[in-house]
Design a protein around this ligand. Sequence first.
Ligand code: ATP
Length: 248
Amino acid sequence: MFEAQGLMVFYENMLALNNVSLSCGEGQIIGVFGANSAGKSTLMYTLSGIMLDIARKEEMAGGERITIRGSIRYQGREIMEHKPAQRARAGIILCPERRRIFPESSVLENLKIGAYLASRQQARETLEYVFRIFPPLARIKNRLGGFLSGGEQQMLAIGRALMAQPRLLLLDEPLLGLSPAIQYWLAKAIREIRDQRGTSIIVAEQYARPIMPIIDYGYILENGSAVVEGTREELMDNPDVRAAYFGT
Ligand code: ATP
């Protein structure tokens, strides 16, 4: 349902994505693993279209020249030139790195803001679902976003993305800065979202260990290139991947 081919992103003359191709079938969970600066956020911005906005803003401000190339097909259409809002309306929703929730709005308000693409009926149903899958949020629904723990903020960020009715959910480093126990709990919740709602998910992460068990297929990103790809089993059996991501 989603297929990116030959993605290239240059920041001025620095190559941040080098000929990256990846695909995500209906209801699949795809992992993209890479160290700091491997290009994960650049990839997620390119898939969601936000890279187009970043490039345009830089150009208007007379800043660096950002060049984006490649093809993205989604539900049979080429969407590379589609703006992020248009992609969001089609169901491609990014949950960005570092949560980006509104600290001065309550949990409930943050979730309602996410429902801008939903009908009232969908918003009501999804709100109930978010509280079911993330029970801690239901208990603190009137608390301000800025007063949440890291794990609660991440639940809220994913919950808000769900409110926008994603068909393809892009999660950029959802586990960053969280304790191992919460990382495993969240990974399980991500799989439940796919199982229960049929949402296709692409998750970019540094920490392969908690995410690897939930993916159908994955890519290893190094210096902007997808150097290894394979099913969960193939990646787990690959000695280079094991050494780099599992320390074994
Ligand atoms: P992190 O885990 O640190 O978020 P990442 O894998 O998401 O890393 P990116 O943020 O995509 O990596 O960055 C990829 C490369 O592009 C890095 O070398 C980064 O320094 C560089 N980069 C990112 N944004 C810009 C920019 N606006 N201008 C120039 N270089 C950039």
